[in-house]
Design a protein around this ligand. Structure first.
Ligand code: PMP
Ligand code: GLN
Length: 391
């Protein structure tokens, strides 16, 4: 038994996620946690009450239907029509998952075979590397570079080989905050059609785009309706990251493939919460607009504080996160060393972007801070950082 590692070698080196490591550090040191991306204020009271009602009324306390409760599948289809003019059949083209995390895992396990290549932007959300590895596939990173983190479309084209099976895209992008433009999406769509690629899009920050920007689902572009698996989640949009309600929308055949693997991962999850999220999705436009405006103000507050403390900040167009560079602040220090020492040094937790890159240097000095926290918490964190680094 001991003549080989206990952990499946495909997962070699993946260890404990950086979010778990840094949140544990926040707990043990009592530091302010601007590492893992979760809000410190729960979502709307009416949505919480909807969950309580579902629990009390016995809706979802036993296994919900495998694809998700009909109320939620209909609400997801309505949401796609309302915000993007996209039509999906709630019975065959919508699948409810245990967060976007399960949707990503199920999509990779369903659509990949050993040796297939998957092109993904790096820095990538950490579960991408793990899920591609679990499928026995090979990740091919396309490096997004500071300061603007725009994808190099020529490099993307050059990265496609006969073994490329799919593109795994994330916009708005965690951790950089980059949001793909219509022109970039059009170029990606053209390439996908030309090379007959499947595209999986992680859109969990779809409602967190700032400064008049727009989230455009890739599936809405010509040629993409039949080859795109769109993934999103209630966690970010409604500030209930613990509920783990996510979903997949796409063409019937792709959704069926993802459903096949999903049923053997969790089978189903989050019964009563599914009913509550169905109500949340129907909240009025003002909810969505106010939520984005609130996050934008928090972005600006934390960005100003980080600059005062001496960090170089890269302004995010969306998401919960600001990526910074520490080169001037801590010459010679890499992001991981910096983040491991930060809680002891000044009582703040952040996340090193370097762990989200395969590239050995591109993210070496990048540190990510989450701004989905109450203003007084952001101000306190910024004060601590300023005192530690800028007198
Ligand atoms: N994708 C990205 C880019 C994320 O940042 C996250 C984490 N919030 C997820 C997927 C996972 O979402 P969920 O919590 O719904 O599983
Ligand atoms: N998506 C969150 C982040 O990027 C973390 C989720 C997790 O811990 N898996 O911070």
């Amino acid at each position: 038994m001991r003549d080989r590692p206990l952990l499946n070698r495909r997962l070699d080196g993946l260890g404990t996620t950086i979010f778990a490591e840094m949140s544990a550090l926040a707990l043990s040191t009592g530091a302010i946690n601007l590492g893992q991306g979760f809000p410190d204020t729960d979502g709307p009271e009416s949505v919480r009450e909807a969950a309580v009602r579902a629990l009390r009324d016995g809706r979802g306390n036993q296994y919900p239907p495998g694809p998700g409760v009909p109320e939620l599948r209909r609400a997801i289809a309505d949401h796609q029509r309302r915000f993007y003019g996209l039509d999906f059949d709630p019975d065959t083209e919508v699948l409810v998952t245990a967060g976007a995390t399960e949707a990503i895992a199920a999509a990779m396990l369903a659509l990949l075979e050993p040796g297939d290549e998957v092109i993904a932007f790096e820095p990538f959300y950490d579960s991408y590397a793990a899920c591609i590895a679990m499928a026995g596939a090979v990740r091919v990173p396309l490096t997004l570079r500071a300061p603007d983190f725009r994808p190099d479309l020529a490099a993307l084209r050059a990265a496609v080989t006969p073994r490329t099976r799919l593109l795994l895209l994330n916009s708005p992008h965690n951790p950089t905050g980059m949001v793909l433009t219509r022109d970039e999406l059009a170029a990606i769509a053209e390439l996908a059609v030309e090379r007959d690629l499947i595209v999986v899009t992680d859109e969990v920050y779809e409602h967190l785009v700032f400064d008049g920007g727009e989230h455009i689902p890739l599936i809405s572009l010509p040629g993409m309706r039949d080859r795109t698996v769109s993934i999103s989640s209630a966690g970010k949009t409604f500030s209930f990251t613990g509920w783990k309600v996510g979903w997949v929308t796409g063409p019937r055949e792709l959704v069926a493939a993802v459903r096949t693997t999903k049923q053997f991962l969790t089978y189903v999850a989050s019964g009563p919460f599914q009913y509550a999220v169905a109500e949340a999705l129907a909240l009025p436009d003002t909810y969505y607009a106010d939520f984005a405006a609130d996050l934008r103000a928090k972005r600006d507050l934390l960005a100003a504080g980080l600059r005062d403390a001496g960090f170089r900040t890269y302004e995010p167009q969306g998401t919960y996160f600001i990526t910074t560079d520490i080169t001037e602040l801590a010459p010679g220090t890499d992001a991981l060393t910096f983040c491991r020492a930060l809680p002891e040094r000044c009582g703040v937790v952040a996340v090193p972007n370097s762990v989200f890159y395969d590239h050995s240097t591109a993210g070496r000095t990048q540190v990510r801070f989450a701004f989905c926290k109450r203003p007084e918490v952001l101000t306190d964190a910024a004060d601590r950082l300023r005192k530690a680094f800028n007198g």
